[in-house]
Design a protein around this ligand. Structure first.
Ligand SMILES: C[S@@+](CC[C@H](N)C(=O)[O-])C[C@H]1O[C@@H](n2cnc3c(N)ncnc32)[C@H](O)[C@@H]1O
Length: 262
């Protein structure tokens, strides 16, 4: 898309040199896939189910967000941003890939309170203390733990005191028990990229300057098969992931962490 390439070039000029390589890879990958991104992931019954349990978990934490200023980092084609805007929040959907945001824009109706921002999550173009809430879904598996420190410190900077982040992570604890076969299939057999996943100690380190108040586990191996038989049964089994110690068997963990008031 000629227009988007021009935008991307301008955008790259503002990106610090040390990040250019990593960003380029992501932008190339997601620019190529943007118009098929949703079809590949969220159109099948399995995809719709995963989207549904993601949304249920995020909104069980978010509660009433009407009028809140929310930044959705790595918003992609806007599946979470859209739901946030529908519930009355003022949303900024931010993503490094312009073409993903173009796809997101198609989904929003003119009256919705949403802005799109083509930027790197490690260099947010906002003033300190600007947002009530920051969300980030289906992203952390793509970057290294070291990079994630930079993302979180930027989120913390633009978050208002007393505001909070909700971020989804891949759960490494589960790999020890049951997930190792899936990871092996993913990275060795299918030769796809290695996903970054997290142990509880990693969260403590990442959020050492913030206050973790909630952890929610989402998705068990094979849950999509149960959903084929009964969606409501699968949704109920999924809720077991909120109970300790079952959380450590789930595929993903969502962390809610506050920026201190002082
Ligand atoms: C797997 S997609 C997830 C999109 C969306 N959150 C979802 O749940 O469908 C990952 C997104 O991260 C974006 N991304 C990658 N690196 C980024 C960065 N440094 N800053 C902001 N967004 C980035 C990609 O462009 C892509 O849209």
């Amino acid at each position: 898309m000629a227009n988007s390439k021009k935008k991307d070039v301008n955008f790259y000029r503002r990106v610090p040199r040390k990040y250019k390589n990593i960003i380029e890879k992501s932008v190339i990958r997601y620019s190529e896939e943007a118009d098929q991104y949703d079809n590949h992931r969220f159109i099948s019954e399995k995809g719709k189910f995963f989207h549904e349990i993601d949304m249920e978990a995020f909104f069980s934490i978010l509660g009433d967000i009407s009028g809140k200023r929310i930044l959705d980092v790595a918003a992609g084609t806007g599946r979470l941003s859209l739901e946030l805007a529908k519930k009355g929040a003022q949303v900024i959907a931010l993503d490094v890939t312009y073409d993903m945001l173009l796809e997101a824009k198609k989904k929003f109706s003119p009256g919705m309170n949403i802005f799109f921002c083509n930027a790197d999550g490690r260099k947010l173009p906002f003033k300190d203390n600007s947002f009530d809430v920051i969300t980030c879904i289906r992203f952390t598996h793509l970057v290294s733990k070291e990079d994630m420190i930079d993302f979180i410190s930027e989120m913390k900077r633009v978050l208002k005191p007393g505001g909070y982040v909700i971020i989804q992570f891949g759960n490494k604890t589960r790999e020890i028990f049951i997930g190792f076969l899936e990871e092996f299939l993913h990275s060795v057999i299918k030769k796809e990229y290695k996903r970054t996943t997290y142990y509880p100690k990693d969260y403590r380190y990442l959020f050492k300057d913030m206050k973790i108040v909630r952890k929610i586990g989402i998705g068990f191996t094979g849950l999509e098969l149960v959903a084929r038989l009964s969606k409501s049964l699968a949704m109920n089994i999924n809720l077991i992931g909120r109970i300790f110690p079952f959380m450590y068997l789930t595929k993903k963990i969502i962390i809610q962490a506050y920026k201190n008031d002082h």
